[in-house]
Design a protein around this ligand. Structure first.
Ligand code: NAI
Ligand code: UGA
Length: 439
């Protein structure tokens, strides 16, 4: 890997900031990552990775070992001396559905006085169209440049996605600044798309919106499969084999969740609305997702022979809590949303997730109140009237179904929201089975 003289600052050490900093250091750059969360900075300086992310610990430790990666408190300490500063702070959903830019604006204000002349500030956070200009306005510096470089990594495969991206998108009004950022990716073999800031910002939302649309589409098709007696797996195989459609992101489930699709799909609708366009298709994509959660709750109610509004006395065994496998992230998890509704209807929920059976991460602590956590997967079967598979953790598929039936009682239904189990195997163990789009 080539050692370069370019110094990078990264503001925010969450899923995106930590991955960005560690991967750029791995690629040969010198990186200083700053966060306002003292606990996170301390953990990182003690060699602990605060999130579950495959392969991240290794590259963080390797880069720190050769002195290319440092963790400091605050944005200024990260940006001092940096030639290029990446803003990787949250852009949560505001009250009206639009993206809340206050963290970005705050970070920009913090670093404005200490930026080196000629420095490039990069919006890596997902920000609405016009945010490059908004950051320029906060900085009030005509000797620095602002560039958009949206990130497309997924949680769980963040390191791989960052180091082997399908493309890198850079948006800038200044060609030289765009090329400076592009050079950082020189060691990666991938197309680099340089465009204007508004297009780069739109690409990010359009990509997430399109992926959410694929999943909503397949969930709607799954509902149809149940109605007409078709098998969604065969249908997905049949349509996904058409290269114009592609087989990826067509797994039916309890609806899409996570820290990005929900907020970004709403922000996309809002951005369009603010510019005079009614993005009705995206609204439909969101509606189908809401319906999908309702359909899952109806499946649970049907499994125990009750109406979904009255589940008092019902014990639900929950397999998985995170918004998908491979992450510890509970933000906007379909499991958490469905569990909240089941609990509101009076159900008791006992749950196991591989990321909640040890010490809880800060994200998790605040959200798990009222859910009884078990130490082992099999324990969720104890006394369960219904068992829900919320997350597709591969190890769940290896559970001993005879033991599940013994602990829960024969006839208990498994509502398999991820189509993880073989229905025949579940039924052979004496359990009931209900999947998504399967008959
Ligand atoms: N999580 C994901 O998979 C992806 C997220 N994104 C976008 O990236 C952005 C960041 O997302 P995450 O990394 O998930 O957020 P996160 O919440 O995991 O991390 C953000 C970090 O920024 C820190 N922070 C906030 N203000 C700060 C400041 N002024 N100075 C220093 N640190 C500060 C917070 O303490 C936190 O550690 C969002 O816009 C998100 O939409 C984009 C692609 C993927
Ligand atoms: O902007 C972001 O934050 C990121 O959002 C998503 O990444 P992520 O949220 O980590 O997770 P995904 O793997 O996309 O899954 C999102 C949700 O869709 C669900 N999903 C995904 C794929 C599928 O076929 N079916 C399905 O139900 C998942 O279970 C999960 O709830 C995008 O995939 C990333 O490209 C993007 O960078």
């Amino acid at each position: 890997m080539p050692e370069t003289e370019i110094r990078l600052g990264v503001v925010g050490t969450g899923y995106v900031g930590l991955t960005t900093g560690a991967c750029f250091a791995h690629m040969g750059h010198r990186v200083v990552c700053g966060d306002i969360d003292q606990r996170k900075v301390d953990l990182l300086n003690d060699g602990h990775i605060p999130i579950v992310e495959d392969g991240l610990e290794q590259i963080v430790n390797d880069a720190r070992g050769v002195g290319r990666l440092e963790f400091v408190l605050g944005s200024q300490a990260a940006a001092t001396d940096a030639d290029i500063v990446f803003l990787c702070v949250p852009t949560p959903q505001g009250d009206d559905g639009s993206a809340d830019l206050s963290y970005i604006q705050q970070a920009a204000r913090e670093i404005a006085p200490i930026l080196k002349p000629g420095a490039v500030v990069v919006n890596k956070s997902t920000v609405p169209v016009g945010s490059t200009v908004a950051v320029e306005r906060e900085l009030q510096r005509d000797d620095v440049f602002v560039v958009s470089n949206p990130e497309f990594l997924r949680e769980g495969t963040a390191v791989r996605d960052f180091l082997q991206p399908d493309r890198v998108v850079i948006g800038s009004a200044d060609r030289g600044a765009a090329e400076k950022v592009a050079e950082l990716y020189d060691s990666i073999d991938t197309p680099i798309i340089i465009t204007d800031p508004a297009s780069a910002e739109t690409i990010k939302y359009a990509a997430n919106g399109f992926l959410a649309m694929k999943i909503s589409f397949v969930n709607a098709v799954a509902a149809m499969c149940e109605a007409v007696g078709a098998d969604v797996a065969a249908v997905v195989d049949g349509i996904g084999s058409d290269t114009r459609i592609g087989g990826q992101f067509l797994k039916p489930g309890p609806g899409w969740g996570g820290s990005c699709f929900p907020k970004d799909s709403r922000a996309l609708v809002k951005i369009a609305e603010e510019h005079g366009y009614n993005f009705s298709m995206m609204k439909g994509v969101i509606d189908v997702n809401t319906e999908q959660r309702g359909r899952m709750i109806d499946k649970v109610a049907k499994a125990v022979g009750r109406h979904h509004s009255n589940l008092s006395g019902v014990t639900v065994g929950a397999m998985g809590l995170t918004f998908k496998a491979g992450t510890d992230d509970l933000r906007e998890s379909p499991a958490m949303a469905i569990i909240a509704d089941l609990r509101r209807a009076g159900a008791r929920v006992r749950a196991f997730d591989p990321t909640t059976c040890g010490e809880l991460s800060p994200h998790q602590e605040s959200t798990l109140d009222g859910i009884e956590l078990t130490k082992e997967l099999i324990d969720v079967a104890d006394g369960a009237d219904v068992i829900c598979v919320f997350t597709e953790w591969p190890e769940f598929a290896k559970v001993d179904l005879d033991q599940v039936a013994a602990r829960a009682g024969a006839g208990t239904t498994v509502v398999d929201m991820r189509n993880l189990f073989d229905p025949f195997a579940v039924k052979s163990a004496g359990l009931g089975y209900d999947g998504v789009g399967r008959n």
